[in-house]
Design a protein around this ligand. Sequence first.
Ligand SMILES: [Zn+2]
Length: 336
Amino acid sequence: MNTRFHVPTKVFAARRSRGGQAGGDAGNQPAPTPAGFSGTDPILIDPVLGDSPGRSCSYLVQGERTALIDPGSANAAPRVLEALKARQIEVDLVLLTHIHADAAAGVGVITDHFPKAKIVAPAGATERLADPSALVTDMKKVYGEQAETIYGLPDRIEPARIIALADGDQLDLGDRTIEAIATPGHTAAHMSYFDRSTTALFCGDALGVQLPGSRVVRPSTPPWDFSLEDSLASIAKLAELGAGTVYLAHFGAARPGPDEIFQRAADSLERWHRSFLKKREQTDSEEDLSRQFNACLEASLEPIAPSVRRDLEAVSPTQLNLAGLSAEQARLGRAA
Ligand SMILES: [Zn+2]
């Protein structure tokens, strides 16, 4: 049985940008003073995207050196930066789980402000950080001209500042070490980060999406290189680590905890994949397939409140999940 530690998380929401609406936001907490930060707890930063708290987050791990995990989209990162500056936090390393726009397009915003900070990313993603033109093309294929409005576009990152990671690499934060765990599936170049000293596991999108107000895990199977087989293998690999707390990019500490979350994630993914294949034998209609995805989600034993359903759709849209599985089927068909 795994040794388990309770790893409390402090949560603070980044202040709204000046253009944001004021008031009515339960996610905005009074700012704790820097002296109140513990050197061992991961801190969750919620940039309150789209004026909706609880959708997408960054994490701060403070050792002798400080690491920011997933700075968020180019539109979110200024809010994350504002929160860091308000608390006089220096970032030494920016760790990227992967380079989808919602996780990483804001990396340039953060690293411009911290010129000594290094950017750490899965080896398969570093080329696109240095030259994001292919990334922008992919974003526009998915979101059209809305890409810039939704996420903002990534900046080019100086290659000398990028550290390429392989599975098992160790990141030294001085008083602690973070281990890189390759977790392909959601996308091929995806890395999770494990702090063995606290047993905190930061798994990006490897398990899917679980938002406040529900324990349902929604699969996240986006284009263009989603792989079911790799996803399930990555979930199984993470389950073996002995994590005490599992931190999701969407959103916060996974519930009910590591004993169940991996199984829930695998079950939900397999159910979605099975029903997608079955439905696709009957219809090519995107509308029917979308309905099937949502029926699949609703088949979970727990009811989902309308507000949570809306947030799940915003974070992991049905159309993207369909497109990712369709792309995988096309790829497998070509390979056969
Ligand atoms: Zn992603």
